[in-house]
Design a protein around this ligand. Structure first.
Ligand code: SF4
Length: 308
């Protein structure tokens, strides 16, 4: 029995029911979306072209597994060196056909950041292909279908990046789940041993409260509990396990605004989550406020984006 704080059986059962509905919704939305169907087909074609007769992968024909997320100057955070954050961008929820997000909700699936920035659906090339979405789907296929080769390749890319940045005196941090929520801490422990050995901080936003409770690498794998419209009942549990609470709000987040938020009767000071993404540098016991992003943010009717 997991150690949830202040939750009764009925609340837990309601959460499970709503969660199940969200999975069915996200699967159906992905399987019937022509944009996603086309991207899946293109991803499969590219991947098939990269598989050699002996089953090995010709990595030069495929996108890199890790990509740069953010570069931060040391004075932004008071760090001793500049920092570059790399991450693994899989395709979220059921976009690839595989589910990568156990803790999803209808609101977060609708507004997932996968489809903002370079992921916006209109950003296709002259052949009508969305190369960013295709790359994320290819990585997801690789993770589920070629796991051992995937792991070896990711560690290789990370080591190269570490060496390159070290030669420039830049620190590296790594975010394994940029648009996904895979339990890498259980399924890819080699990654965590590698990052521990090279002193690379790891962090993620996490919706699945069980991952927070069971995090085996608490010392250097920083988790921020990520609120959706359906999971605020786990806030006390997340706080007990030392996590901050990320929340998407309907107003622009400025440096001192909002100063505090109250959710489910729990009031905490606020950190501006839009200022940078280095969550592992945040002080504890805070809400991390993020402003709603993407063209669909204004149309959210699920309460995923909270009104403040
Ligand atoms: S759990 Fe995170 S990555 Fe997955 S659909 Fe929701 S917001 Fe996107």
């Amino acid at each position: 029995m997991l150690d949830f704080i202040d939750i009764n059986k009925t609340e837990l059962n309601d959460y499970k029911t709503v969660s199940k509905q969200a999975h069915a919704y996200a699967k159906n939305a992905s399987d019937t979306d022509p944009f996603i169907i086309k991207a899946r087909e293109k991803a499969r074609e590219k991947l098939n072209n990269a598989i050699l007769p002996n089953g090995k992968i010709a990595w030069s024909k495929l996108p890199n597994l890790i990509t740069s997320n953010t570069k931060l100057k040391k004075d932004v955070l008071g760090l001793s060196n500049d920092l570059e954050i790399f991450g693994l961008s899989l395709a979220p929820h059921y976009v690839s056909g595989y589910n990568t997000c156990n803790g999803l909700s209808i609101g977060c699936a609708n507004l997932c950041l996968m489809f903002t920035g370079h992921g916006q659906k209109f950003m296709v090339d002259c052949n009508g292909n969305h190369n960013v979405a295709i790359a994320r789907i290819i990585r997801t296929f690789l993770w589920f279908e070629y796991r051992e080769q995937f792991k070896a390749r990711l560690l290789h890319e990370l080591k190269l990046k570490y060496n390159l940045l070290k030669s420039k005196n830049i620190d590296l941090a790594f975010r394994p789940n940029v648009f996904s929520e895979q339990k890498f801490e259980l399924l890819f422990t080699e990654l965590f041993h590698f990052c521990n050995e090279y002193n690379i901080p790891m962090y993620d936003y996490v919706k699945d409260i069980k991952r927070i409770i069971n995090n085996p690498f608490k010392k250097f794998y920083h988790m921020t509990y990520s609120l959706s419209e359906n999971n605020s009942l786990f806030i006390p549990t997340a706080l007990k396990h030392g996590c901050n609470i990320a929340v998407v709000i309907d107003t622009p987040v400025k440096d001192a605004k909002p100063k505090q938020l109250t959710i489910n009767g729990i009031t905490l000071d606020v950190i501006n989550g839009d200022a940078h993404d280095a969550r592992f540098t945040d002080s504890p016991n805070k809400y991390i406020a993020l402003s709603g992003k993407g063209l669909d943010a204004k149309n959210d009717n699920t309460n995923f984006i909270r009104k403040v």
